[in-house]
Design a protein around this ligand. Structure first.
Ligand code: PLP
Length: 389
């Protein structure tokens, strides 16, 4: 049996999504900018997908920018704000547990003279609203805080952050913007840009059973943003380049399904995740749940096991057909311990023994039962080996 429990890295593409995309690799190959009927049909498909994606996050279609994925969305949100508002201020607030797409963009801006405050998080991975308020300066132009963390699943109080932003604006901070990386929350919990009160929000298709290499940045109407790329007038002048129609159509279909099935998917995934956690913690001694069990997306479980190396456990499980991860896909392969688990204040050995299980609605009960029994056996074998060695 093969069991894929690494859905935070990427999800299997839904068959319905593949079906929706196929015609756009064949006869429907038009360029959405062309005037003839091929172009018009491509344009219609593009706009229909835009409405589907916009609906998933409660935006209007004109507030969405299609681009190459979550990484580009984060880059455009942060660098675009920095470019457009640098004459009013050069201070950015973010957190220590953001995805590298946010952290590395902020670090690049620091090298260009911006100042960045990296907010700490609690032992469960939540920011403190008081810290956000205290970090605000007259020259702060952007707060970028992820909605759900990709390693531990902790959900941040974005609405409360938006209230702080609203207060600051009332007090005169006209150039302050709020961005949230919602790559791991969209399709998992209800996400509505108006209710959240964000100006910018990043989404990626391949985390919601859509294709890779396509995503969207929500840009609230009226927001001024610099550009990453220069070229034609695509995407309302925010992102040039011939639109990737097959991927966009797939993203649209995936968004539509995520919208229709949100509650069912969340319920079934959470049930399986909780079952997995319960059975592992009952059958294995010294397991620690990392993150915030009462404030997290329904599909992620980050666990630390005593006396084993997460990397060895991952490889042993892979040999038995079970795919998990030791942190974010981008950080794995590096010898550096996870910056997220470090920010929680966990000791090195606990970080070393951690594994992330991330589920999707495509996982089944027999798969989870197989994963539990294989994990229990594998752990016993590894712990025995390390005790002997
Ligand atoms: N932000 C978060 C929180 C993520 O988990 C990821 C992907 O792992 C990204 C951004 C990057 O998205 P993409 O893979 O679409 O570039």
């Amino acid at each position: 049996m093969k069991v894929y429990l690494d859905n935070s890295a990427t999800t299997p593409v839904a068959p319905e999504v593949i079906e929706a995309m196929l015609p756009y690799f064949g006869d429907e190959m038009g360029n959405a900018q062309s005037v003839h009927s091929f172009g018009q049909r491509a344009k219609a498909a593009l706009e229909s997908a835009r409405r589907q994606v916009a609906k998933l996050i409660g935006a209007s279609a004109t507030e969405t920018v299609f681009l190459s994925g979550g990484t580009e969305a984060d880059n455009l949100a942060i660098r675009g704000t920095a470019e457009a508002h640098r004459e009013w201020g050069r201070h950015i607030i973010t957190t220590q547990i953001e995805h590298p797409a946010v952290l590395a963009t902020c670090e690049a801006l620091e090298r260009e003279g911006f100042r960045v405050t990296y907010l700490p998080v609690s032992g469960r991975g939540r920011i403190d609203i008081g810290d956000v308020r205290a970090a605000l300066r007259e020259d702060t132009i952007l707060i970028s805080i992820m909605q759900a963390n990709n390693e531990i699943g902790t959900v941040q109080p974005i609405r409360e952050v938006a209230e702080v932003v609203a207060e600051a604006r009332q007090a005169g901070a006209k150039h302050l913007h709020l961005h949230s990386d919602a790559v791991q929350s969209v399709g998992k919990i209800p996400v509505n840009v108006s209710e959240l009160g964000v100006d910018l929000l990043s989404v990626s298709a391949h985390k919601i059973h859509g294709p890779k290499g396509i995503g969207c940045l929500y840009v609230r109407k009226g927001i001024r943003l610099g550009k990453l790329l220069y070229g034609g007038h695509h995407e309302r002048d925010r992102r040039p380049g011939t639109e990737n129609i097959p991927a966009i159509v797939g993203f649209g279909r995936a968004a539509q399904m995520a919208c229709e099935q949100l509650e069912d998917r969340a319920r079934s995934t959470e049930k399986l995740r909780d079952y997995l956690e319960r059975h592992i913690t009952e059958r294995v001694e010294g397991v620690r749940i990392n993150g915030d069990p009462s404030n997290r997306v329904p599909n992620i479980s980050n666990l630390s096991f005593e006396g084993v190396d997460g990397e060895s456990l991952l490889i042993a499980l892979d040999l038995k057909g079970i795919a998990v991860s030791t942190g974010s896909a981008c950080a794995s392969g590096s010898l550096e311990p996870s910056h997220v688990l470090k920010a929680l204040g966990l000791p090195r050995e606990v970080i070393r023994g951690s594994l992330r299980f991330s589920l999707s609605a495509f996982n089944t009960q027999p798969e989870i039962d197989f994963a539990i029994s294989t994990l229990v056996e594998t752990l016993a074998r590894l712990q025995e080996m390390s005790a002997e060695g």
